[in-house]
Design a protein around this ligand. Structure first.
Ligand code: ZN
Length: 77
C-alpha cells in the first residue's frame, strides 16, 4: 500500500509543480505582453478621423482633428 501512496503523492506534486510553473509563465507573459497591447492609443493615432481630439502643439488647445488649424492661435497642427 505504501509505495502506491508515495507514487500518487509524487505524481500529484509533479502535476502541481508543473501547474504552478505554467501559471507563473502565463502571468509573466500576460503582464509583459498585456501592457504592450493594452497601451492606450495616442490621440493622433488617426489624425484625420472626424471626432478624434488633438492638441495644438503651439498653445496646447484641445480641438477636433477635422480642423486643420488651431481655433485659438491659428497655427497648423
Ligand atoms: Zn494653438
Amino acid at each position: 500500500m505504501y509505495p502506491e501512496f508515495i507514487a500518487i503523492y509524487v505524481g500529484l506534486a509533479i502535476v502541481i509543480a508543473l501547474l504552478v510553473t505554467i501559471l507563473v509563465i502565463l502571468l509573466k507573459r500576460t503582464s509583459g505582453g498585456g501592457q504592450r497591447t493594452s497601451t492606450p492609443q495616442p490621440t493622433n493615432w488617426m489624425p484625420n478621423a472626424p471626432g478624434a481630439v488633438v492638441f495644438c502643439k503651439y498653445c496646447g488647445t484641445q480641438f477636433d482633428s477635422s480642423q486643420n488649424c488651431c481655433p485659438k492661435c491659428g497655427n497648423f497642427r
